[in-house]
Design a protein around this ligand. Structure first.
Ligand SMILES: Cc1cc2nc3c(=O)[nH]c(=O)nc-3n(C[C@H](O)[C@H](O)[C@H](O)COP(=O)(O)O)c2cc1C
Length: 286
């Protein structure tokens, strides 16, 4: 999956799409509905390269879903509470991704993965994917055992060798514990990024979040009064200073390590098969 943010250029989308399609494997892209409300162009650009899957989250997926379907892609939507689940089920969505509040990056902080997954599985016959807090073969076994069609994993791969993040950032994720994250809008407010208020982000707790996450009004005032904070967080991003830059990661940062490539991680996650079969034998009544 390519994560296409609000500030990615057409050149970047083309370059990354070509890279993804050159693998000859199924690939897709995740886009933000609230960005596509302004213009569907980023979606049009990625669709030119024939992705098999488009995920539209964080707002009304309708117009984007229609365009993606016209281009022959399947469409998914990440949902973070019961109302969003209803919205996905009433929209033309092929795959529902239950994204719990444990997850890294932007989303809701309302319901965790398992309750959302259980609600979705009893509400629809469509494929349901579980996201948020899954990082090991045990986690994959848990959600597949419950009936999910797939596990959707972000944080664990954010620390992989192929991840384009700076080494400092990967190191910070790899050395964090499961209780070292914070859910906050502070980083977006400081960077003047207009995420809708219901979508904060889960990131590693650091000096910046310790200073501002509990004082959002003070932060807003500070940002209104001048550019100093916006510039300092931008500098922190450029030099990959994990104490002050946003390091988006979920609670499973505490289960993630650096120095492994994606293939090694996938091979380890595939251990879910043995776990499921052992569990089936253990709990078999007959
Ligand atoms: C560094 C990072 C960047 C992310 N970027 C995007 C994105 O661009 N679009 C999107 O829909 N989700 C994005 N996500 C969220 C993931 O799609 C997913 O919901 C989440 O990572 C799952 O939880 P986990 O982090 O516990 O594995 C991102 C997550 C992380 C950690």
């Amino acid at each position: 999956m390519l994560g296409i943010g609000g500030s990615n250029t057409a050149e970047w989308i083309t370059e990354q799409s070509l890279l993804a399609s050159s693998t000859g494997k199924p690939w897709g892209a995740g886009l933000m509905a609230w960005v596509l409300e302004v213009s569907l162009d980023p979606l049009r650009q990625v669709l030119e390269h024939g992705p098999s899957f488009i995920c539209v989250s964080f707002g009304d997926p309708g117009p984007a879903a229609a365009l993606a379907h016209q281009a022959g892609a399947l469409v998914g939507m990440q949902v973070g509470n019961a109302a969003e689940l209803d919205r996905a089920l009433q929209s033309d969505i092929d795959v529902v991704i239950c994204r719990g509040s444990e997850g890294g990056g932007h989303g809701r902080n309302e319901v965790s993965t398992l309750p959302l997954l259980q609600l979705a599985l009893r509400s629809t016959g469509k494929p349901v994917v579980a996201a948020g807090g899954i990082a090991t073969a045990q986690g994959v076994a848990a959600v597949l055992g419950a009936g999910a069609s797939a596990a959707w994993i972000g944080t664990r791969f954010a620390a992989a060798t192929e991840s384009m993040s700076h080494g400092n950032i990967k190191q910070a994720i790899g050395s964090a514990g499961i209780d070292d994250t914070v859910y906050t809008r502070a980083f977006d407010i400081a960077q003047r990024i207009a995420w809708p208020v219901e979508y904060g982000g889960r990131a590693l707790r650091n000096h910046f979040s310790d200073t501002w996450a509990g004082n959002i009004e003070g932060l807003r005032r500070h940002v209104r009064e001048g550019d100093e904070l916006t510039e300092s967080i931008e500098r922190a991003r450029v030099v990959a200073d994990p104490d002050n830059a946003p390091v988006y990661a979920g609670q499973s940062a505490g289960l993630s390590t650096t120095g492994h490539d994606a293939a090694t991680i996938i091979a380890e996650l595939a251990g879910f098969r043995g776990l499921l079969s052992r569990a089936a034998h253990r709990w078999d009544n007959s």
